[in-house]
Write a protein that binds this ligand. Structure first.
Ligand code: GDP
Ligand code: ZN
Length: 390
C-alpha cells in the first residue's frame, strides 16, 4: 500500500517537473532554441575533454572532493607534531594519527620542499586504525627557519605556527651579550613570533667559584638589561636550571602556547627543555649538539606539555639569519628608540652620527637604554658591511 503511494508520489513529482519544463519552453516561445543551447553545451563539454590535461581534471576532482568533504564536515583538524619514516604524526582531540599525503599535495611537494612541516595545522580524513589522509594544509601564521650566517639566503624550514621564541642566554658562562639578544628578537619578530628573554644561570651570580669582579660586572649588566627590555616591553625571566628557580614563571609564559628555545649554545636550553618537558636531552655536550652534530640531523618534534602548550624539542637552533634588513626596518624593530625620531633634522637620518638627530639627543639625556642603542648601531654597521660585500 505504502509502496504504491510512493510510486504515485514520484510519478506526480515527475509530471509536475515535466509541466514546469514545458511551461518554460512555452515561456521562451521557441523550443528549438533550448535544444540548440543544450547541443552547444554538450559539444563544449566534449571538446574540453581533449583540451584539458588529465592532471588538471585530476586536480579538479580532488579539489571537489575536498570541498565536498569540508561541506560534509568529514575532515578532522589536527596538528603535525613530528615527521617520521612512517608518516606525519598528527594530534587531534588528544589522539595521535599517522597520516599520509593525498596525491594533489604530493605533487605540490615537488614544487616547494616542506609542503607539510612540524607545527602545521592540517585537515585530514580519518581512516581506520588511527591513520589518515592529509587533504589540506592551513596557511602558516609564522615560520621558523634556520640559516647559519647572514650571507646564506636560503631558508631552511624547521617548524610552522610557533607562537614564541624563548631567547635563552646566560650570565657568566657564556657571559651576557645584549647585542645577541637583540638579533634574536629581530629574527623572532621577522618570523612572526613573539620574543621572550630567558636569562639562565643566575645562581652563578652568587657562586663563590666565580670571581667577584666578574659577578659584579655581570650583575650590573643584568640590571641594565632588565631596565632596557622593560622599556621595550619584552618579557624577561630570570632562571637557574641548576637550582630550579624561575621555572614556574617559565611555565606560565609557555602555557597554552607553542614555543621554541633558541640562543647561544651552552646557555642551558637543553637543561630548561628537560625541566618543562620531562624529556632527557643530553646536557653540556656542546660539541655534539652544535655544528654538524646530532641535533641538526635528527628531526624536530613538537612536544605536548603537561601544563598545556607545546614545545620544540631541539636546542640546536643557534641562530636565524636576518636577511636584507633596510635601515628603516632595523629602527622599526627598536620601537622605544624609533619613538624619538620624529624630530630628527633629516628624513632619512640613520641616527648613528648625524647632527640634530633626536635619537642621539635622547640617548645622551639617558632616555634611551645604552645597550639597546649600541645594538641598533652595531646592526646598522653590520648591514652596511653586508651590502658592501655583495
Ligand atoms: P645548551 O647548549 O643551551 O642546550 O645548554 P645545556 O643545557 O647543555 O647546558 C650547558 C651547560 O651549562 C651544562 O654543563 C649545564 O649543566 C650547565 N647549566 C645549565 N643550566 C645551568 C644553570 O642554571 N646554572 C649553572 N651553573 N649551570 C647550568
Ligand atoms: Zn636621527
Amino acid at each position: 500500500m505504502s509502496h504504491s503511494k510512493k510510486e504515485e508520489d514520484s510519478s506526480q513529482a515527475l509530471s509536475s517537473k515535466w509541466v514546469a519544463c514545458s511551461l518554460e519552453e512555452q515561456y521562451y516561445g521557441d523550443s528549438r532554441k533550448v535544444f540548440r543551447a543544450e547541443r552547444k553545451r554538450l559539444s563544449a563539454k566534449d571538446r574540453s575533454k581533449y583540451k584539458k590535461t588529465d592532471l588538471d581534471k585530476y586536480e579538479k576532482g580532488i579539489k571537489k572532493e575536498i570541498a565536498d568533504k569540508k561541506n560534509e564536515t568529514l575532515l578532522a583538524r589536527g596538528r603535525v607534531l613530528s615527521i617520521t619514516s612512517q608518516g606525519f604524526i598528527v594530534e587531534y582531540n588528544g589522539q595521535l594519527y599517522t597520516c599520509f599525503l593525498r596525491g594533489l599535495l604530493k605533487k605540490q611537494k615537488t614544487q616547494h620542499k616542506n609542503i607539510v612541516t612540524v607545527g602545521d595545522f592540517v585537515l585530514f580524513e580519518e581512516l581506520a586504525g588511527r591513520e589518515g589522509y592529509i587533504i589540506e594544509v592551513e596557511e602558516r601564521k609564522s615560520i621558523l627557519s634556520r640559516a647559519d650566517n647572514l650571507s646564506r639566503r636560503k631558508e631552511q624550514l624547521i617548524a610552522a605556527n610557533i607562537d614564541q621564541v624563548l631567547i635563552t642566554v646566560s650570565v657568566v658562562s657564556p657571559p651576557l651579550k645584549p647585542h645577541l639578544i637583540d638579533r634574536y628578537i629581530i629574527a623572532a619578530r621577522k618570523g612572526g613570533m613573539a620574543p621572550v628573554i630567558l636569562i639562565n644561570k643566575t645562581d652563578l651570580l652568587e657562586s663563590e667559584k666565580v670571581e667577584q669582579h666578574v659577578r659584579h660586572e655581570q650583575l650590573n649588566l643584568l640590571k641594565e638589561c632588565e631596565a632596557a627590555y622593560r622599556k621595550a616591553e619584552i618579557p624577561l625571566i630570570l632562571l637557574s636550571a641548576e637550582k630550579g628557580t624561575g621555572i614556574d614563571g617559565l611555565k606560565d609564559v609557555m602555557k597554552n602556547k607553542s614555543s621554541v628555545f633558541s640562543g647561544q649554545s651552552g646557555a642551558g636550553k637543553s637543561s630548561l627543555i628537560n625541566f618543562v618537558t620531562h624529556l632527557n636531552l643530553s646536557v653540556g655536550e656542546t660539541v655534539q649538539k652544535t655544528g654538524k652534530g646530532s641535533h641538526t640531523t635528527t628531526c624536530t618534534h613538537l612536544v605536548p606539555l603537561d601544563f598545556g602548550g607545546l614545545c620544540i624539542d631541539t636546542p640546536g637552533i643557534k641562530s636565524f639569519g636576518i636577511w636584507d634588513l633596510s635601515e628603516q626596518e632595523i629602527v622599526s624593530y627598536f620601537a622605544e628608540i624609533q619613538e624619538f625620531s620624529n624630530e630628527c633634522k633629516y628624513p632619512n637620518c640613520s641616527h648613528t652620527h648625524e647632527l640634530d638627530c633626536a635619537i642621539i639627543r635622547a640617548f645622551e639625556c639617558g632616555k634611551i637604554s645604552p645597550i639597546r642603542y649600541a645594538s641598533y648601531v652595531s646592526l646598522i654597521e653590520t648591514m652596511r658591511e653586508e651590502h658592501k660585500r655583495r
